[in-house]
Design a binder for this molecule. Structure first.
Ligand SMILES: C[S@@+](CC[C@H](N)C(=O)[O-])C[C@H]1O[C@@H](n2cnc3c(N)ncnc32)[C@H](O)[C@@H]1O
Length: 346
C-alpha cells in the first residue's frame, strides 16, 4: 500500500514538472499584456481587462483564472481580479519588477531556444542561429526587453556586490559587457574615489550613457562602444565581468579573459561575477536555479555555468590564477547564488 502511495506521489511530482510550463506561459502572457500595470490602482473585472488588452473576453477570463490559481491574482467575491504580492512584481514600476525578465525568460526567444533542447543535446549547439546578440541587434524591441530585464535585477545586485567585495582599493575599473550601467553606477556610488569605464555593444551605449548622466556620474565614468572579443579598454586595475562569462563557450570566454589580461595594469585583477555550479547537484531550489540557467545558456547562447575547477582552468588558460572566491549571496529574485571569482595575472 505504502509503495503504491509512493508511486502515486512520484507520478504527481512528475506531472507537476512536466506541466510547469503552463504556469510559465500564463505568467509570460500576463507580463506581455501588461496586466499588472492595468491592476496597479485596484481590482478590475475580466471584461474591463479584456477591453484594455484587446483580447477575447472568454479566453482572457480563463487566463485570469489560471493566474489566480498560481497566486499571481486573487479573485474577489464580485468576480473582479486584483494583484497579489506576487503579482505586484509583474508591474513595470515595481521596485523589484520582473516584468521584462519574464518576457525574456518565458517569451518567444526562450520558447524557440528551449523547443530545440533535444537538438542542442545532440549537437551541443545553441538554437538561435547567429546568436542572441546578433538577434538583439536586428530586433530593437526585443533588445529593449533584454536590457530592461538585465537592469531590473542588476541595480539591486550592485548594492549586494559593493557590500560583499571591497572595490575601494581600485582606482579605475572596467565593466566589461556592463549593460545599461546599473552595476557600475552602484559601485561608483558606493566608492566615491573610484572611476569607471563601461564597455558595451554599440547599440547599447546610448542607453547606458543616459543612465550614467542621470546618475550624475559622467565625470567619473566613460561609456565605450566596442566588441570585447576584439579588445577591451587598457590601463584599469580591475576588469569586472558580471553575468558575461556564462554567456560563452570556452574558446570565446578565453579570448575575452585574455583580452582583459593584456589590457590590465601589472597588478590588475579580473573579477568574474557569476554563479559557481556545485560539483554535485542536490535537489534544492538554489541548485535547480543554477542548473536551469546552465541549460538556458546552452540553448540560447552556447554558454554554461561552470564549477570552481572549470573556472580555475578557464582562468589559467587566459593567463590568470584563481586567487579566491567571495560569495555575494542570492540574487534579488531569490534564485541563484552569485560569487566573485578573483583572478590575478599568473
Ligand atoms: C547577461 S548581460 C550582462 C549585463 C551586465 N553585465 C549585467 O550584469 O547586468 C551580457 C552583456 O554582454 C554584452 N555583450 C555581448 N557581446 C558583447 C561583445 N561582443 N562586446 C561587448 N559587449 C557584449 C551584451 O550586450 C549584454 O549587455
Amino acid at each position: 500500500m505504502a509503495e503504491r502511495l509512493d508511486g502515486e506521489a512520484a507520478a504527481g511530482a512528475v506531472y507537476r514538472l512536466a506541466t510547469a510550463f503552463y504556469a510559465s506561459q500564463a505568467v509570460f502572457a500576463a507580463a506581455e499584456l501588461g496586466l499588472a500595470d492595468l491592476l496597479r490602482d485596484g481590482s478590475r473585472t475580466s471584461a474591463e481587462l479584456s477591453t484594455a488588452t484587446d483580447t477575447d473576453p472568454q479566453a482572457l477570463s480563463r487566463l485570469l483564472r489560471m493566474l489566480a490559481s498560481a497566486d499571481v491574482l486573487v479573485e474577489g467575491e464580485d468576480g473582479s481580479f486584483a494583484l497579489t504580492a506576487v503579482g505586484e512584481a509583474l508591474r513595470s514600476d515595481a521596485e523589484h519588477s520582473l516584468r521584462d525578465f519574464t518576457r525574456l525568460l518565458a517569451g518567444p526567444l526562450a520558447q524557440r531556444a528551449w523547443g530545440g533542447l533535444l537538438d542542442s543535446l545532440r549537437t551541443s549547439e545553441p538554437q538561435l542561429g547567429d546568436g542572441l546578440f546578433a538577434y538583439l541587434t536586428e530586433h530593437p524591441e526585443m533588445a529593449g526587453v533584454y536590457d530592461g530585464a538585465m537592469s531590473s535585477v542588476t541595480k539591486h545586485f550592485a548594492r549586494a556586490l559593493a557590500a560583499a567585495y571591497d572595490f575601494g582599493a581600485f582606482h579605475r575599473i572596467v565593466d566589461v559587457g556592463g549593460g545599461q550601467g546599473e552595476l557600475l553606477i552602484g559601485l561608483l556610488r558606493a566608492n566615491p574615489s573610484l572611476r569607471g569605464t563601461l564597455l558595451e555593444r554599440p547599440p547599447v551605449v546610448d542607453g547606458a550613457r543616459a543612465k550614467v548622466a542621470a546618475a550624475g556620474l559622467t565625470d567619473r565614468c566613460d561609456v565605450i562602444g566596442g566588441d570585447f572579443l576584439q579588445q577591451v579598454p587598457a590601463g584599469a586595475d580591475a576588469y569586472v565581468l558580471r553575468g558575461v562569462i556564462l554567456n560563452w563557450d570556452d574558446r570565446p570566454a578565453i579570448t575575452l579573459l585574455g583580452n582583459c589580461r593584456r589590457a590590465m595594469t601589472a597588478a590588475g585583477k579580473v573579477l568574474v561575477v557569476d554563479t559557481v555550479m556545485p560539483e554535485h547537484v542536490q535537489a534544492t531550489a538554489v541548485d535547480r536555479a543554477a542548473s536551469g540557467v546552465d541549460l538556458n545558456m546552452m540553448v540560447m547562447l552556447g554558454g554554461r555555468i561552470r564549477t570552481e575547477n572549470q573556472y580555475r582552468e578557464l582562468l589559467e588558460q587566459a593567463g590568470f590564477a584563481l586567487e579566491r572566491i567571495v560569495t555575494v549571496g542570492q540574487s534579488p529574485s531569490g534564485s541563484r547564488v552569485h560569487s566573485v571569482l578573483e583572478g590575478t595575472p599568473a
